[in-house]
Design a binder for this molecule. Structure first.
Ligand code: 9D3
Length: 234
């Protein structure tokens, strides 16, 4: 998969590519991650990417020309690119959207800065995505969240395929509690059942814990799970 990040801070993208699963995905040829510097598409002497808002008011607005030229540059390079604007007004990003986007061959992620972007930029993207209702200073971190969620779903990136299938939001439940050594840590023991070796009982305990935990901490997710499993469960 090709991912282009359009930003005025291309150095941030380099950091992302240096560690963990993402760096392995790049090394393994699953991901071709590129930063495109919006400033490279400016034409004025100052190389400015922002300007004062028409109608007055505080703050600066991201200019449309450099951003749209950068989108067109990224799209020109490949057959079929999906341009996504990272914006607080976009559709809330979900695991379902991550799965869908992981099948796209080329994502173009447009990151805004300043107090906002010129409204006309919207006409040149295919989608608008937000990662949640909190205010950040730009679209870069949201783009990285999206990249992280999407890239791990590309076949071959995680190695162990079953781990993505069984995890929460895919089974519709939060995860069961997990333990590793030591058997007692600061007076806190590992639940007896996990030491028993009864595979069947352990499986059932984990499922019960996952259900209980989801009911307590994520009622919306639980409601959905409950309705889906009503017929199958006892
Ligand atoms: C201070 C200006 N805000 C008006 C109340 C609007 C605003 C503009 C730009 C708020 C945040 C930003 C920068 N954030 C993003 O570009 C962004 C974002 C976010 O802040 N939260 C969650 N998802 C996203 S995706 C892009």
């Amino acid at each position: 998969m090709y991912i282009d990040v359009l930003t005025i801070f291309p150095e941030m993208v380099k950091l992302l590519s240096q560690w963990g699963i993402l760096s392995r995905a790049i090394q393994g040829g699953h991901l071709n991650l590129r930063a495109i510097n919006i400033r490279d598409f400016t034409t004025d002497k100052r190389r400015s990417t922002d300007d004062a808002p028409y109608g007055g008011g505080p703050g600066m607005v991201m200019k449309p020309e450099p951003v749209v030229k950068a989108i067109e540059y990224a799209k020109r390079e490949r057959e079929k690119g999906t341009a996504i604007l990272m914006t607080p007004q976009g559709r809330r990003f979900t695991q379902e959207m991550a799965h869908l986007l992981s099948t796209h061959p080329h994502l173009i992620l447009v990151c805004g800065r300043y107090e906002g972007i010129d409204e006309r930029i919207r006409h040149f993207v295919d989608e608008e995505i937000s990662i949640g209702d909190y205010v950040l200073t730009g679209g870069e971190l949201p783009a990285f969240v999206l990249i992280d969620a999407v890239v791990r779903l590309i076949p071959g990136v995680l190695g162990n395929e079953s781990s993505t299938r069984e995890e929460s939001f895919s089974t519709g439940l939060l995860e069961y509690p997990q333990y590793t050594r030591p058997q007692i840590f600061r007076d806190l023991p590992v639940p007896e059942i996990l030491l028993s070796g009864h595979h069947k009982k352990i499986q059932e305990w984990r499922r019960q814990m996952a259900i209980q935990r989801t009911q307590e901490r994520h009622p919306d997710l639980y409601k959905r799970y409950f309705h889906h499993h009503l017929d199958k469960e006892k």
